[in-house]
Design a protein around this ligand. Structure first.
Ligand code: FES
Ligand SMILES: [Fe+2]
Length: 431
């Protein structure tokens, strides 16, 4: 990849084509639980290089405003959230969730000055455990599409949130990279016999394979692409195959293969060119995993593993607290928690990975596909075309679902949706 193409694919700030693609989609600002309390503390967020604050007012409405006060630029993060609005501490200007100026405590002619003045605010939608904002043209707000993890009102949704100190695209490439799980996460994802697919057992997700070199096949779709990693199962490798499907929903969402307890999705949301927010959602209509249990499994408990800004306590500054002694005793990475293992790899590639010298192999099929598709999408927008995934009719993510398990070799994954796959899946009791 040329340096120019690398920038075209990665940069999101200002008027960058990839940023314009992001602005054609609703973006997660924070988790709903962070602004659960009416008149509670505001939350800081950064998206596509723009700083903002989210807050819930006295009536329960959520607002997302530009962080800098329009008076003289002090941060509204420190503001008082009370009586229907957020008040800047500096001179007491006050704003409602729509950016209307309710009061200018320091101005003798406040009433006159307030009229018609509007602070930068973003259209907001709450769904699936998140507060979403529209960063695109306010005159062209797209209808919100229900995320994959909110198929019903009472779906159990658990969310891990972590800051990543590098560009979003190399994080996304990790998310769609099925091959790395057999190495990097091998301690947390051990091989096991007698199971028909990924099986969550307390601290691990056991898999029915020891195959570290999957074959890959993909299929382009209107929303992005889907692909499978095919591995030899531990038993009956002549007649059966272990299939793991990953779905890329452009521009920043991935449905990774589930386990027997919950489905899994990741969002890699660009904060700016050199940082992104990593969200990992586990959900299920009937089973699922408790919120705290999910965060403990990922070593991503706020206050224990993460600071109040969701920055990792295990980070580049302390070499992710890698434990060489544990490695001698069989721990593959010596790094605690699946996401932190990933982040050690992603962040070590630099703020923006230099892709000009990559040596890609057959196992990088999905990465190559992602680069091709998103580069083409960025060029299209640069040349005045529509952003990927934003042309009607759009595929609602809630209709998409990835799958995994052992099936007969004779089945063609391209013809199977989730339900059909489940029907053909070889369960241990049937084996
Ligand atoms: S800077 Fe906010 S009121 Fe003056
Ligand atoms: Fe990973």
């Amino acid at each position: 990849m040329s340096p120019e193409d690398n920038e075209l694919m990665c940069l999101v700030e200002g008027d960058a084509p990839m940023g314009r693609i992001m602005r054609a989609h609703w973006l997660p600002v924070c988790m709903s639980e962070e602004v659960a309390e009416r008149d509670g503390p505001p939350v800081r967020a950064r998206l596509l290089g723009e700083d903002m604050v989210a807050f819930r007012d006295s009536e329960g409405r959520v607002g997302v405003l530009a962080e800098a006060c329009p008076h003289r630029g002090a941060s509204l993060f420190f503001g008082r959230n009370e009586e229907g609005g957020l008040r800047c501490l500096y001179h007491g200007w006050k704003f409602d969730t729509e950016g209307n100026v309710l009061d200018m405590a320091c101005e003798p002619n406040a009433e006159r000055m307030c009229v018609g003045m509007r602070h930068r605010h973003y259209p907001v939608h709450e769904a699936g455990g998140f507060v979403w904002a529209w960063l695109g043209d306010p005159a062209e707000v797209a209808p919100f599409l229900t995320p994959a993890w909110a198929p019903t009102e009472d779906t159990r949704i658990s969310i891990v949130k972590m800051h990543v100190a590098c560009n979003w695209a190399q994080v996304l490439e990790g998310s769609i990279d099925s091959a790395h799980s057999s190495s990097l996460h091998s301690t947390n994802i051990p091989a096991a016999d007698g199971i028909g697919g990924s099986t969550a057992t307390g601290d691990t997700w056991a898999r029915p394979t020891v195959d570290k070199a999957p074959r890959m096949e993909y299929e382009l779709t209107d929303y992005g692409f889907r692909y499978v990693a095919l591995r030899r199962p531990i038993v009956r490798e002549e007649s059966e195959v272990y299939v793991r499907m990953t779905i890329f929903v452009a521009p920043f969402t991935v449905l990774i293969p589930p386990n027997n307890q919950y489905h899994l999705s990741q969002m890699l949301v660009p904060m700016d060119d050199g940082n992104c927010m990593f969200y990992w959602v586990a959900w299920h209509e009937t089973k699922g995993i408790e919120q705290d249990e999910w965060r403990r499994f990922c070593a991503a408990l706020p206050g224990i593993d993460l600071d109040p800004d969701f920055r990792k306590l295990r980070n580049a500054g302390n070499n992710y607290m890698q434990d060489r002694e544990a490695m001698k005793h069989g721990d593959f990475t010596g790094i605690k928690g699946i996401p932190t293992q990933d982040m050690a790899m992603w962040e070590s590639m630099g703020r923006i990975a230099d892709r000009t010298a990559d040596k890609l192999g057959a196992s990088d099929l999905a990465i190559i596909q992602f680069r091709k598709q998103m580069l083409a999408a960025a060029r299209k927008v640069r040349d005045g075309g529509p952003p990927i995934g934003a042309t009607e009719p759009r595929t609602p993510p809630v209709t998409l679902r990835s799958y995994e398990g052992v099936i007969p070799k004779s089945m063609d994954w391209k013809t199977l949706d989730f339900a059909a796959f489940e029907a053909h899946r070889i369960r241990p009791e049937a084996a």
